[in-house]
Design a binder for this molecule. Structure first.
Ligand SMILES: C[S@@+](CC[C@H](N)C(=O)[O-])C[C@H]1O[C@@H](n2cnc3c(N)ncnc32)[C@H](O)[C@@H]1O
Length: 439
């Protein structure tokens, strides 16, 4: 076909067809190129416009995919495939409500279209509507019992709803259907872990890693089981996904069910350290989550910044309206890169996701004004050599390691208390509250 096209380069139908063949053969860059050539000859070629948008979706080039698919939608508003591709692009650029609209339209146009039900479920999952997402995945599986993505997604959602026994059935189904997909083994591992099936979880994580050695989450989970060396900190993707999923129920679960009181306790410790004659402070809350510390500290803050990896936790914090500035990103960014300095740095129940705290302490020391305070909590393990990664996926730090860090960074202890950080399966978890002052 390439030779034929060399003779008649303007033959757009052949060129469009060649693009489709290349796409089928997974040569996405070459397919994209073909569709672009068609559009160069005939800018209004409707099929090539859709094909280009679709292949750009597959190449994760979503903003340009969206442009093309919106044009394609003008020509084919009632084509389920166009609506599906449009939904994918809209979701990827964060236009979730419009994505749900497009995907609902795709489903209405083609009620037996399993992909559309699955993707509608995925978009509903992204807005936190778990029940509707589950219903969509179930329909997708009725339409196509071999839809492995729907089975995997359903397992994730059932687990989030606490339905572990049902989740494992679908997680196993997904790996049976597509045993080459590493991500499905991660899901299976997480579900087995939740069921207390340690060996099955380990086997699943190992298979995931064999299939894709670059995956960080299964390596982290294996380390949490003591099967691999613990990394210096939890992978950012893992933390982000964990707390994005948790954001809606975080306050209720932690405060009401697990007796979480660290923000209040840290607030009291900070007030004690600051004393009565306090002038308002410039404060940064590292890993601010839903803003529980912000509420406690607003009264003593002149300027209050919060930073968190999880956009959904940040959204919750924004609703409180107590922070002057909220940043999405790693906590090291604002204290390493910015020229700003602070009177108080707070980090409540966050160092449990970072084992090696040396970079955090260096950055805090650099950013704190003279006499400024660093207030944080840890989970403790007296016998650890610096820190250990627990099977919960949280790090515990040795008190002696905190001493060493304080000494190295010339920070003096103002408050140090043993506390119960929360209860886990009815058992109290031991930790420390620490307030250090920059000398
Ligand atoms: C257990 S929550 C505590 C939230 C808040 N500090 C509180 O006490 O309610 C831990 C938070 O730390 C965030 N986090 C963990 N590691 C982080 C990092 N390296 N950078 C920014 N945020 C992080 C998580 O996204 C999550 O919102």
């Amino acid at each position: 076909m390439r030779e034929a096209l060399a003779l008649v380069p303007q033959q757009v139908e052949w060129r469009n067809h060649l693009g489709s063949l290349l796409e089928l053969g997974e040569d996405l860059a070459a397919a994209e190129n073909c569709y672009r050539q068609v559009l160069a000859y005939q800018p209004n070629h409707p099929a090539a416009r859709y094909n280009l948008g679709n292949v750009l979706n597959k190449r994760n080039l979503y903003p340009e995919a969206l442009e093309n698919l919106l044009k394609s939608f003008e020509t084919f508003p009632n084509d389920p495939r166009v609506n599906l591709a449009l939904g994918i692009a809209l979701k990827a650029v964060g236009r979730l409500t419009e994505a749900i609209c497009a995907l609902r339209h795709a489903v209405a146009l083609s009620p037996r279209y399993a992909d559309a039900h699955n993707l509608l479920g995925f978009a509903l999952q992204a807005v936190g509507d778990r029940r509707s997402a589950i219903a969509c995945y179930e329909v997708a599986l009725r339409m196509d019992p071999n839809h492995s993505d729907a089975a995997n997604n359903l397992a994730v959602m059932l687990l989030a709803e606490g339905k572990r026994d049902q989740a494992v059935v679908h997680a196993q189904r997904a790996v049976q259907l597509r045993p080459e997909k590493a991500g499905y083994y991660c899901t299976l591992g997480v579900v087995c872990h939740a069921l207390g099936e340690r060996q099955k979880a380990i086997d699943a994580y190992r298979t995931a890693l064999q299939l894709n050695p670059r995956l960080t989450e299964p390596r982290f989970f294996l380390a949490a089981y003591g099967e691999e060396e613990a990394p210096k900190r939890a992978p950012a993707d893992y933390v982000r996904n964990l707390f994005d999923d948790y954001a809606d129920i975080f306050d209720k679960t932690l405060v009401d069910r697990l007796g979480y009181r660290i923000p209040e306790l840290l607030g009291t410790a900070v007030r004690r350290a600051v004393g009565n004659a306090a002038t308002p402070l410039d404060v940064i809350d590292l890993g601010c989550g839903t803003g529980l510390c912000g509420k406690v500290l607003r009264g003593i803050a002149r300027y209050l910044v919060g930073v968190d990896l999880s956009p959904k936790m940040i959204n919750k914090a924004r609703e409180l309206n107590v922070y002057d500035e909220l940043l999405i990103g790693d906590l090291l960014e604002p204290i390493s890169i910015s020229v700003r300095s602070y009177d108080l740095i707070v980090s409540a129940d966050v160092f449990v996701y970072i084992g090696d705290l040396s970079r955090v302490f260096s950055a805090c020391r650099r950013t704190l004004r003279s006499g400024g305070l660093l207030a944080f909590s840890t989970e403790t393990d007296e016998s650890a050599d610096r820190f250990v990664l627990r099977s919960t996926g949280r790090y515990a730090h040795a008190p002696a390691y905190i001493n060493q860090l304080a000494e190295e960074h010339e920070l003096e202890f103002v408050v140090r208390e043993s506390v119960v950080v929360r209860t886990e399966a009815g058992t109290p978890v031991a930790g420390e509250l620490v307030v250090l002052r920059r000398q």
